[in-house]
Write a protein that binds this ligand. Sequence first.
Ligand code: HEM
Ligand code: NAG
Ligand code: NAG
Length: 323
Amino acid sequence: MHQKNTIIVLLVSLSSLLANGQLDYNYYSSCPNLPMIVRYGVWAAMKNDTRIAASLLRLHFHDCFVNGCDGSVLLDDTKTLKGEKKAGPNRNSVRGFDVIDNIKADVERACPSTVSCVDILTLAARESVFLSGGPNWPVALGRRDGLTANLKAANENLPTPFEPLANITAKFAAVGLDLRDVVALSGAHTIGLAQCFTFKNRLFNFKGTGQPDPNLDSSLASSLKTSCPNVDKSNTNLNSLDMLTTYQFDNAYYKNLVNNGGLLESDQALMGDPQSAAIVNDYSMYPYLFYNDFSASMVKLGNIGVIMGQNGQIRRKCSQVNL
Ligand code: HEM
Ligand SMILES: *[C@@H]1O[C@H](CO)[C@@H](O)[C@H](O)[C@H]1NC(C)=O
Ligand SMILES: *[C@@H]1O[C@H](CO)[C@@H](O)[C@H](O)[C@H]1NC(C)=O
């Protein structure tokens, strides 16, 4: 009798825990193949497009910084919903939506109406890093898809490469991330590409001086000028964020910064503050320190403002809220 009561109490507290919501490593125990389906989807996409790992990692970041990790970045505009895809930092810039849609379709075939789009995106970001040669970390699941998007917050809360480090750290602090998270997560720029307009001011006329940015290595500056000549037509040309190993997730990003080789002004700015510069130096020397910190910061990123329990929904299609 006593034992039976204890079991009932345990079950009741367990179910209320789940209803209140709590991310859980075994959340989708009814969908044991989920991690492998996502891994395969990212792997297949990378076979076709080496850049896609970088794009998926960035998509997760842009999701979590706006309304929390809720899949809001994935939503298309409708008559009643203004999506985030047209926000300044996203328009003609973020990519990977088809890959998430394809993985979602595979997951729906295996486990119908079970797995949220935001959890798929969170797993895809982890796989993108791991399959690019970076660290692996456990991802707790149970995030639910949001019912809205926030275009204004996408325009205001995402960091831009044109603002000083203090402004960027303020935007991170607003979602509970500290300076160490800023430095570690900026290491995502060890993979992927950026368009010329995101750094061209550093090549020709830095802050109205008519001179290049003194904190940009001069031989890197001259090679960037061939890709980004001083004409508007070059604005969308693509360049490696890390020219040493563009698609390899490693600590070369930090080695570049130590040598004035950061592509974005906001990257190189991490060397302009003694506290962040000390962390950059450490990461440039100790790749496993970077991997550990990056993994921990990715977990923090993936926990921002998550919707759990009975709130939100499991979208059927990632680009639209269920009717
Ligand atoms: C710290 C402030 C940050 C700023 C100012 C910033 C800015 C940018 C810019 C301007 C681009 C190029 C976009 C384009 O040319 O279309 C870019 C690309 C990228 N960002 Fe960031 N970013 C920041 C932080 C992050 C974080 C935290 C992550 C992920 C954890 C991330 C992941 C990426 C990746 C992987 C790319 C390459 C995407 C691709 O090739 O498709 N960034 N970022
Ligand atoms: C392959 O990648 C390109 C982008 O580089 C994309 O346009 C195309 O849809 C991808 N194809 C498949 C089958 O995923
Ligand atoms: C940085 O933040 C300050 C204070 O919020 C703001 O006035 C300034 O315009 C921002 N700078 C840039 C370049 O965005």
